[in-house]
Design a protein around this ligand. Structure first.
Ligand SMILES: *Cc1c(COP(=O)(O)O)cnc(C)c1O
Length: 356
């Protein structure tokens, strides 16, 4: 049995329901990047049971994939499309997020719903809130089904979300779109302000077990559980070094186990480096530390004094018994975000979806 990632679909559905209850609006779950590395096919099936308004993706090909899976709900593409992509988007009945006069006009000539992207401070995509009035004529020629903006720091209590809200409202007024369907909130925004004043919210990371607002009123249930077997065991004497670069040196006689899992299996390589906290895994219900560098295919752990044998399963990310290794914790050890930990799980190791 090689390294594998158990994907808990019931947890995805529970996380979605918890956010919808908190926001008290419809959901547009973001399932871009293969559902944040969790596997879009299984995730979408689980999320369809919570009655979302539609789904959000980045690209046309991600949208086409949802249609191939049989999704009939609206699918919004959030990365700006080139005019050359509009025909394919239309053929797949996708709903593009548009923000330039040229692409809006080109889409209007094809027909089909679209959402107006308004940039209120992210400077990434959409029409700038400053000169949105210049789009008034083209927008009203065939108005959008919805309008939205995206927050740059929703996880912070720095007033920026309120400022972006104001800019968004001003832009809608300038366009004469005061009554249009709107959506602004990502996971962190829902966690921080609860009830949404919009028609839908666009959560991503929370659905997949990533917590981005410490101490929030609701916590996500873990979704991904990366597990791998012990495949080798050895004794190391004081002075022996472990793994590439010989960065770890045994200070006493130690028992070292090798896991059949490495950074090619979705575990981040840089845990514990540059003075960051070391990473631990769960073996037989207890935490044991990783020693030495993570390699592509194998990881060594210190099992001195822990009864174990080749074939035992170790949990590197996720829960086992009462212990939980969160994606946030692994990310902090590796110097990366929970988003990167999750997306990195789209890897060599098979993702095994199951309900409960
Ligand atoms: C990815 C994305 C989201 C989801 O953000 P999370 O922080 O994962 O909840 C929402 N809106 C847009 C436009 C996005 O690109």
């Amino acid at each position: 049995m090689p390294a594998r990632i158990d994907i808990d679909l019931s947890a995805v559905a529970r996380n979605a329901r918890a956010l919808a209850d908190r926001a008290r609006t419809r959901l547009i779950p973001m399932v871009k990047a293969d559902a944040y590395g969790m596997g879009v096919r299984a995730v979408v099936q689980a999320l369809e049971k919570v009655d979302p308004w539609g789904f959000g993706v980045a690209t046309v090909s991600e949208g086409e994939e949802l249609r191939a899976l049989g999704v009939e709900l609206p699918v919004i593409t959030f990365t700006p499309l080139l005019e050359s992509e509009l025909a394919a988007a239309s053929a797949a009945r996708l709903t593009p997020a548009l923000g330039s006069a040229a692409t809006i006009r080109a889409w209007q000539s094809l027909g089909g719903p679209w959402h107006l992207a308004i940039d209120t401070g992210m400077a990434r995509a959409g029409a700038s809130w400053r000169d949105v009035a210049s789009l008034r004529e083209v927008v009203l020629a065939s108005p959008p089904e919805g309008a939205f903006t995206h927050f740059h720091s929703a996880e912070l209590d720095d007033g920026s979300m309120q400022e972006q809200d104001r800019r968004f409202e001003d832009a809608l007024t300038a366009l004469g779109l005061a009554a249009v369907f709107t959506h602004t909130d990502n996971s962190a925004a829902v966690l921080r302000r609860g009830r949404s004043s919009r028609d839908a919210v666009r959560p991503g990371i929370f659905l997949y077990g990533g917590a981005t607002v410490p101490g929030a009123a609701i916590e996500p249930d873990p979704v991904a559980h990366l597990r791998a077997p012990i495949v080798d065991l050895r004794a190391c004497e004081a002075g022996d070094t472990i793994s590439y670069g010989a960065t770890f040196k045994a200070t006493h006689r130690m028992r070292i186990a090798t896991l059949a899992c490495g950074y090619a299996d979705g575990y981040p390589r840089n845990v514990g480096q540059q003075g960051r906290p070391g990473a631990t895994v769960v073996l037989r219900g207890r935490r044991v530390p990783i020693v030495g560098r993570v390699t592509m295919d194998m990881i060594m752990i210190d099992v001195t004094g822990v009864e174990c044998a080749a074939g035992d399963t170790v949990t590197l990310i996720g829960g086992e018994g009462g212990e939980l290794v969160t994606v946030a914790e692994v990310g902090a050890s590796a110097g990366i975000t929970p988003y990167e930990v999750l997306v990195g799980m789209n890897s060599r190791s098979p993702r095994v979806p199951h309900e409960d």
